[in-house]
Design a protein around this ligand. Structure first.
Ligand SMILES: [Zn+2]
Ligand SMILES: [Zn+2]
Ligand SMILES: [Zn+2]
Length: 147
């Protein structure tokens, strides 16, 4: 690795391991100790936000990273309120909301992932399958008979 010098840039609050851990508790982050091939134990920090699961070996990088999840996402989609840290990502996402001409007949859009459907029924099926939580909120739970 050879980047010992980087430690000089650590903010004082995360210089000590204990405090580092305390800090990380505020965020969704898993700390794991792993043994590498040389038998050294390294601490791995795993981001637990959504389906991120990115791994970091340095506290400062995971902290930086999770703050990104928590922190400012200045770019918000006006259609479905998704938020993005980078404008490029929002732009890309926004394309999904534009009805493709070929598919102009499609008039039902999933607000959770911006897919278009011709039939409301298909959209409903899609939401049930891919966004069960949202489905529950919108359409209520499937009624299961309870004895
Ligand atoms: Zn993450
Ligand atoms: Zn959107
Ligand atoms: Zn969807």
């Amino acid at each position: 690795m050879g980047s010992q010098g980087i430690h000089n840039f650590l903010p004082p609050e995360i210089k000590r391991f204990k405090i580092k851990k305390e800090l990380l508790k505020k965020y969704k982050c898993k700390i794991e100790e792993r043994e590498n091939s040389k038998g050294c134990v390294t601490t791995v920090y795993i981001c637990q936000y959504d389906d991120c699961n990115k791994e970091f070996t340095r506290t400062w990088s995971i902290l930086d990273h999770v703050r990104m999840h928590e922190g400012e996402k200045p770019y918000q989609c006006p259609f479905c309120s998704r938020q993005y840290t980078q404008k490029g990502n929002l732009d890309k996402h926004m394309l999904l909301h534009q009805k493709p001409e070929v598919e102009a007949r499609r008039s039902h859009q999933c607000l959770h992932c911006a897919k278009w459907y011709t039939e409301k029924y298909n959209l409903k099926t899609h939401i049930r399958k891919f966004h069960p939580e949202e489905y529950k909120q919108k359409y209520g739970v499937y009624k299961k008979r309870q004895s």
